[in-house]
Design a protein around this ligand. Sequence first.
Ligand SMILES: Cc1cc2nc3c(=O)[nH]c(=O)nc-3n(C[C@H](O)[C@H](O)[C@H](O)COP(=O)(O)O)c2cc1C
Length: 353
Amino acid sequence: MAIERGRLLSVLGMTSPVIQAPMAGFASLDMVAAVCEAGGLGNIGAAMHSVEDIERDIASVRSRTNRRFGINFFNHPAPLRDLDDEHAWRRRLQPYFDELQLDAQDIALPSRPAPGFGEEQCAAVERDCPGLVSFHFGLPDAAYVARLKHAGAVIMSSATTVAEAVWLEAHGCDVVIAQGLEAGGHRGHFLPGSENRQRGTFTLVPQIVDATRLPVVAAGGIGDIRSVNAALALGAEAVQVGTAFLSCAEASLRPGYLKALQRSSGEETVLTSAFSGRPARALSNRFTQELGMHEDEVLSFPLGMKFIAPLIRAAAQSHASDLAPVWAGQGIRPNGALTAFQLVGRLTPIDTV
Ligand SMILES: Cc1cc2nc3c(=O)[nH]c(=O)nc-3n(C[C@H](O)[C@H](O)[C@H](O)COP(=O)(O)O)c2cc1C
């Protein structure tokens, strides 16, 4: 049953309009639970999870909080493997592997890559449904959406254009995230041609509010109470915040990531698909400067991620971040050393019920 506008917080049991963005690999379960305990909604980033990881993480968050929380998946299609492309991309990255004395022969690509969300993931969520299931890159097949709803899930997904929001509404989505161009991490766009229609959060939110009947969540560049209030004034019922949570004590960042964020201003972020195969916003560094966007050469998402895994491991050891991704949005601002619980408090308008 559709969620009526104005009822999103009560349906999800929230007393704050703050949703912690699912950040696969970066938002710890401590963070997810702390955000829920603060009255917001925490999200498990399960994009790279095995079925065992999904089950373990849901059980683990349940043991830390009685409040509702979310789980998030990427809905990318199964990528096609092409050996020529893989050799070419390996050759392109080899100078970096050589420079860091990395053995890149062990990059393991799945012989039959799977889509981001399928039967196994759906069945795992059905067994123990956390209440909110969100997707990046569209929605899975209607049968999966119906099964998740039947298990009790509210379904939410990102739209980067009005057309995507309208598509999500028509395909059974309950809540739409308006993901503006400022946002850190991967762009959620999924309709052909939408890459050219990307716009900022505060343009996109009211357009989606006007074009659909769904509750709207604003995402991108939101990290202080002014931007929360602005998003709510434009018709959003909640905000999904990623980058600002990266500076919290509970974030799982490799050494060097936080330092790179602290040194940076939002002016130094770029959109690039060179790291993963899909456009994502990260801090500008030597890798993004030397490879640029590289849309044509880089392998399909998420195979590109496999090729940079050795660079990420090396960055973790050396604390250097010039050849590995530091995903971040344009709204980087110093929030000081806060816990996730404290950040939710800072982002909650005084008059929220
Ligand atoms: C480090 C990082 C990782 C992210 N990982 C995910 C993810 O796993 N799933 C997802 O739906 N969105 C992911 N996002 C995007 C967020 O959902 C959201 O759109 C974005 O963080 C909002 O913009 P902000 O970073 O300016 O707050 C990620 C963002 C960041 C910064």
